[in-house]
Design a protein around this ligand. Structure first.
Ligand code: F6R
Length: 610
């Protein structure tokens, strides 16, 4: 949430900042702003709304500066308006800052500063930090020292960049709880919330650790802890390409990402699935294989879509490995003093690797002595680095705010994990081989679902005026019902609920009438006939049924108003297929309703505040 970028080098900084903001806009789009050091002065431009609004204010040709900072906002404190937009400055106008995170003790700091005669223009916590750094700078005359002093008093989270006209040769960056990446180029350095803002200039990056600072100048960089101890860093190479950050001819990133899934799934299992042996090789877990073998219990913790993936993972692991699994919302887990034992293994699932609640759950589980592992997409992210070991899902950058390809890659990795654990336990090689063969076929099966895009679009058109939707599934398809409903809510703003189909009779059935579309995920498994009965119950109350069913199912068309057919696979892999039409349905509904699909209102891609 919020994207920040700062650059120092030989390029015209305005272009670097504007590009960086566009690349990171998925982190927040309530306002955007820049501050550049031009002719010894700080020039600030900021505007409510998307980066395109700011762009209309900025005449790039009128700037020559090569040093500056920028911000794209997801509002926490104060309305999204021009005044609350970042950058914010201190009272003297010497210092400008951009900030991602929350300063929890901003009120007490603000009151102290007001008593000392300082004034404020905005409602933000960030301005308090700017004014506080400015006040400490008046006393110390040393920007770095003032920043360190201020940050040692701050309670909360920050990814912070500080620029000053009195020490114009540097930018100071610092982080605690919010991500920050340092790009190391030839005589140019860039600090940003994520690597998407950096890749255009260099692929060499350093992922800063919590409580670490970086000071960049044209001559180089230094890193240290906030309490001024030198730190050592490793330079990593960014793994994705700039083309992966483009829409590639698609109208929206979300559609591109949906259509990328045959490839991203393949990338998730390539090199890991030893199909002819029915075995799995997960190099990232080799250091903890004994812990996994002896685990009495697995706990999966995550938020949102990643939590839905965790629910599917629970079913997979219990089925193949017989290890009890519990799935916890990270936001609940972190605060409810969970009972954890040292031989519990905790998996944190996160696309971004930066979700504040999931990261806090990782800390809680580590504190209690558990082995904590990550299933993460973004390489070098906080969760990837703070877990004991883990598995990258290799889905590539996911730019659409609504998660699609990351979800199916999480499911693919969880199926590998279940098979890996199963083969450690009692699963036979023969059964392992059968499952592996099914996994291999998934990418082609997804491709065949795309042939139904036009039908799904027609269904979306027919139901786009509906005010509510219900999604129902059983067994492996229950989490898919939750995920389908979430996708619809997020991008179309239509109210939708997901339920286990059998729960319908315990309440939600009261909602069914001729205006209620009900999406049933009714693929073949041992409880298929039970779900057909649930469909009959909805039809008897005049509800409209959209069913996701397997090709060759002749029974379903008799009871459903619409059927979207998908290829058959084994039940544990079905969610990877059955979610695809639901992603497309949500997408086409949002398209019908002319929503801002890649940047739905109130949301941001990476939830770095709790
Ligand atoms: C939904 C969505 C969110 C995320 C959730 C967790 O489409 O994207 O629900 O799944 O915020 O994010 P990560 O996986 O980055 O931890």
């Amino acid at each position: 949430m919020c994207g920040i970028v700062g650059y120092i080098g030989n390029r015209k900084v305005i272009n670097v900042l504007m590009n960086g903001l566009k690349r990171m806009e998925y982190r927040g789009y309530d306002s955007a702003g820049i501050c550049v050091l031009e002719n010894d002065d700080l020039i600030t431009l900021k505007k409510k709304g998307k980066v395109s609004e700011l762009e209309s204010l900025v005449d790039e040709s009128s700037f020559d500066s090569t040093i500056g900072i920028a911000h794209t906002r997801w509002a926490t404190h104060g309305f999204p308006n021009d005044i609350n937009a970042h950058p914010h400055s201190d009272n003297s106008g010497n210092i400008s800052i951009v900030h991602n995170g929350i300063i929890e003790n901003y009120m007490s700091l603000k009151q102290g500063l007001i008593q000392s005669g300082y004034t404020f223009k905005s409602d933000t916590d960030t301005e308090v930090l700017a004014v506080y750094i400015g006040a400490l700078y008046e006393k110390t005359n040393d920007l770095e020292h003032a920043v360190r002093l201020a940050l040692s008093e701050v309670v909360g989270t920050f990814g912070l960049l500080v620029l000053s006209k009195t020490e114009p040769e540097k930018i100071i960056g610092a982080r605690r709880g919010s991500p920050m990446v340092l790009g190391v180029g030839d005589d140019e350095y860039i600090l940003a919330s994520d690597a998407t803002a950096i890749i255009q200039y260099t692929k060499q990056v350093i992922y800063l650790s919590d409580n670490e600072m970086a000071i960049i100048s044209k001559d180089g960089f230094t890193t240290k802890t906030i309490d001024n101890k030198a730190t050592k860093n490793t330079i990593h190479e960014i793994e994705f390409n700039i083309e992966q950050l483009e829409k590639g001819g698609y109208e929206h990133f979300m559609l591109k990402e949906i259509f990328e899934q045959p490839t991203t799934i393949q990338d998730a299992f390539t090199g890991r699935l030893l199909a002819d042996k029915g075995n799995i090789k997960l190099g990232g877990l080799s250091v903890v294989s004994e812990k996994l073998r002896n685990a009495k219990r697995i706990i999966i913790t995550a938020c949102g879509t990643s939590w839905h993936a965790g629910l599917v993972g629970e079913y997979m692991i219990e089925q193949l490995a017989g290890i009890p699994v519990e799935v916890e919302y990270a936001s609940e887990f972190r605060y409810r003093n969970p009972v954890l034992y040292p031989d519990d293994v905790v998996f944190a699932i996160s696309q971004s690797g930066e979700t504040a609640d999931t990261l806090a759950a990782v800390h809680e589980a580590k504190q209690k002595g558990c082995t904590v592992l990550g299933i993460v997409n973004v390489v070098g992210s906080s969760i990837a680095r703070e877990t004991d070991a883990g598995i990258y899902i290799h889905a590539g950058p996911e730019i659409g705010v609504a998660s699609t390809k990351a979800f199916t890659s999480q499911l693919a990795v969880l199926s590998l994990l279940a098979l890996y654990l199963g083969r450690m336990k009692n699963l036979s090689q023969l059964d392992g081989k059968k499952i592996a063969q099914e996994i291999l076929q998934i990418p082609d099966k997804i491709k065949s679902i795309f042939d139904h895009s036009d039908e799904i679009r027609a269904i979306a058109k027919e139901y786009s005026s509906a005010k509510n939707f219900i999604y129902l599934g059983r067994g492996y398809n229950f989490p898919v019902a939750l995920e389908g409903a979430l996708k619809l809510k997020e991008i179309s703003y239509i109210h939708a609920e997901g339920y286990p189909a059998a729960e319908m009779k315990h309440g939600p059935i009261a909602l069914i009438d001729e205006n209620m579309p009900v999406v049933f995920i009714a693929t073949h498994d041992e409880i298929y006939h039970k779900i057909i009965s649930n469909i009959e119950e909805v039809r008897a109350r005049k509800g409209k049924v959209i069913a996701i069913a397997n090709e060759g199912d002749t029974e379903i068309a008799r009871v459903a108003n619409h059927v979207i057919y998908i290829p058959e696979t084994i039940p544990m892999l079905t969610p990877i297929l059955s979610v695809i039409p639901l992603q497309l349905l949500a997408y086409y509904m949002a398209l019908e309703l002319d929503r801002t699909i890649d940047q739905p209102r109130n949301l941001a891609k990476s939830v770095t505040v709790e």
